[in-house]
Design a protein around this ligand. Structure first.
Ligand SMILES: Cc1cc2nc3c(=O)[nH]c(=O)nc-3n(C[C@H](O)[C@H](O)[C@H](O)COP(=O)(O)O)c2cc1C
Length: 336
């Protein structure tokens, strides 16, 4: 390492942590290109879910989450990431160019980096304990700092509009054979799979937690959280939104999703992204009109709550080897 740039091991360690970011169906639709003094995030559209995610929104959100995870990891390792989003107007897949400068890690960098390996998507029932307002406020503030709006849906009527939109989207997708084929291809994966959703991460049947319909997976062995069976699920729903619907707005919304999920994890909360209602054009416009009063564009829903007290954490989902996600710019010193 010199004083101005981290050595390759540090960069690869940060990328290994960044690759832990959540992604739709664990597709990990990104690649990293390393230069001597820069890291580039590229969208990998060969990993896009064409039937599930026709607009490519989930793909961009996933890439935004990886970018935020990278910033947090570099921060904890003593490097500030200076991010240029969509730096090349001729290449919309070149999502970010990241330059680095030394800096002392902040407490926030360290706590959020510590949450990366503890965060899991938890599709089970949550307990009846309410999430304290202060916890939601911190998630909202951190999401805002990362560049998007996070809107807790607290009113009874608005929440009903939102959960009805989720139901309608789930129903529309259930009747779409191409959606079903994609779901079957990317889920129900065995223990050794390095991408896709593991059988052990999804419940055996369709879950409806209180008023909230979860995405249904064709197979699953995730056990019920026994202690939560009789309890009312007090999961909160938050809509992640932005004032724009362009590539940078969605990328930033993905960064904000990561900030909110890592904050929740650090606070001990369980989380689950829900994207079905934003994948179907009709239900997305319903949410924009009825939940956001057309003031912003919705990009994702987050479900947050307390896992039942004695429930073990859900299993860790796997990631591709770091080396499979990294390439080098021509002429780079450390290129193999
Ligand atoms: C944009 C996006 C959309 C997602 N949508 C859903 C969803 O609708 N239902 C669900 O159960 N999980 C959803 N997930 C969670 C992913 O399946 C999960 O992140 C991935 O399988 C990796 O697992 P992990 O989060 O436990 O690391 C979504 C994640 C992202 C980033």
């Amino acid at each position: 390492m010199n004083e101005r740039t981290p050595d390759t091991h540090t960069v690869l360690d940060a990328i290994t942590l960044a690759n832990r970011a959540p992604s739709v169906h664990n597709t990990q639709p990104w690649r990293w290109l390393l230069g001597d003094e820069s890291i580039h995030l590229m969208a990998d559209r060969t990993r896009r879910l064409t039937a599930t995610d026709p607009d490519g929104r989930d793909l961009l959100l996933s890439c935004g989450a990886a970018l935020h995870h990278l910033r947090v990891a570099l921060g904890a390792l003593g490097w500030r990431a200076i991010v240029h989003r969509l730096p090349n107007p001729r290449d919309p897949d070149h999502l970010a160019a990241v330059e680095l400068a030394p800096k002392a890690p902040s407490t926030e960098d360290i706590t959020l980096a510590g949450a990366i390996s503890r965060r899991r998507t938890d599709r089970r029932r949550f307990s009846s304990w309410p999430v304290p307002d202060g916890h939601l406020d911190l998630m909202v503030r951190r999401a805002g700092k990362a560049g998007a709006l996070l809107v807790p849906v607290t009113g009874r009527l608005t929440r009903r509009q939102l959960t009805r939109a989720i139901d309608a989207a789930a129903d529309a997708q259930a009747h779409d054979p191409a959606y079903g084929e994609e779901l079957a291809a990317w889920t129900g994966r065995g223990r050794l799979s390095r991408d896709g959703v593991l059988t052990t991460s999804t419940p055996p049947d369709q879950q409806v937690h209180g008023d909230t319909t979860m995405r249904a997976f064709p197979v699953g062995t995730l056990p019920y959280a026994e202690t939560g069976r009789g309890e009312n699920d007090a999961g909160d729903l938050l809509v992640l939104a932005a004032t724009g619907d362009d590539l940078v707005s969605v990328l930033r919304a993905g960064e904000a999703m990561s900030a909110a999920l890592l904050t929740a994890t650090d606070l001990g909360l369980a989380t689950c992204p829900l994207s079905q209602a934003l994948e179907v054009a009709h239900t997305r416009s319903l949410i924009r009109a009825r939940v956001l009063d057309r003031a912003a564009f919705p990009h994702l829903i987050l479900r947050v709550g307390w896992a039942p007290i004695a429930a073990p954490p859900p299993p860790e989902s796997h990631r591709r080897a770091t080396s499979d996600t990294v390439g080098y710019l021509p002429g780079t010193r450390h290129a193999p």
